[in-house]
Design a protein around this ligand. Structure first.
Ligand code: PXP
Length: 242
């Protein structure tokens, strides 16, 4: 079975819009876990425009209390690493984002960043944190990922989501499948994420042994869409009695 790790960033974005703790990142994470989600993901960016570094510590406490995994994603800048080293989440997913980038849009060039990755992977692993690297499908650097002692890769699935339902879907799934298989043969675990949703997830998980998917943006929008009827009806009931 694949684990569902809910990415809470969009709830943090809504919270920050009003400057109060509403909606509460912690409450939303609790509700997801109450409903059976297997873990929580947070991706603090250097400007902390959605997830804040302080959220990492709150969510770590929650995940520990519930016996589930916290996955913290991000670019390994000094500030990010300080927080991760202190909070010690179960997993840290390293992404090659530029500061200020809207969202992650590519995997690592591993050879180009070898010195940085080697050092950070070793420091994370030494603290008992599982390390995953965000990687493009078709990457030819999986051998190097293994050599640097990462535990897993996270496949960047936006190209799959783009192709979903089009004539390109079978070819792109085949490419993702080959990358996943090659990683697994090297002894790397395989996670996946970005732009996965209720429509496109099932076809993607035809690829065997994907250990974890982290999903945030679409999941949040789907909560709004699927909850809309009950909420509008609730408001109408109140205003119509006035
Ligand atoms: N994986 C990584 C590395 C990400 O940066 C993100 C977005 O924060 C996700 C997965 C989740 O993507 P989405 O929000 O589209 O579900």
């Amino acid at each position: 079975m694949t684990c569902l790790s809910v990415n809470i960033n969009k709830i943090a974005l809504l919270r920050n819009a009003r400057g109060r703790d509403f909606p509460s990142v912690l409450d939303f994470a609790k509700k997801c876990l109450d409903l059976g989600a297997h873990g929580i993901t947070l991706h603090p960016r250097p400007d902390q425009r959605h997830a804040r570094y302080s959220d990492v510590f709150d969510l770590k406490q929650l995940c520990d209390a519930r016996g589930v995994e916290l996955n913290v994603e991000g670019y390994p800048c000094d500030e990010f690493l300080e927080v991760v080293y202190e909070a010690r989440p179960a997993q840290c997913t390293l992404v090659p984002d530029e500061p200020g980038q809207i969202t992650s849009d590519h995997g690592w060039s591993v050879a180009q960043n070898r010195a940085l990755l080697e050092k950070v992977i070793s420091e994370l692993s030494g603290r008992g944190i599982r390390v995953s690297l965000f990687i493009d499908h078709g990457s030819e650097e999986l051998g190097l990922v293994k050599e640097l002692n990462a535990d897993r890769i996270e496949l960047y699935t936006e190209p799959y989501a783009e192709a979903y339902g089009s004539q390109d879907e079978p070819e792109i799934i085949e490419s993702f499948s080959r990358t996943a298989q090659e990683a697994q043969q090297l002894g790397l675990g395989v996670n996946a994420g970005h732009d996965l949703n209720l429509d496109n997830l099932a076809n993607f998980l035809a690829i065997p042994d994907i250990l974890e998917v982290s999903i945030g943006h679409a999941l949040t929008v789907e909560c709004i869409d699927l909850g809309l009827k009950a909420v509008i009806e609730g408001y109408l009931k109140i205003v119509e009695c006035s």
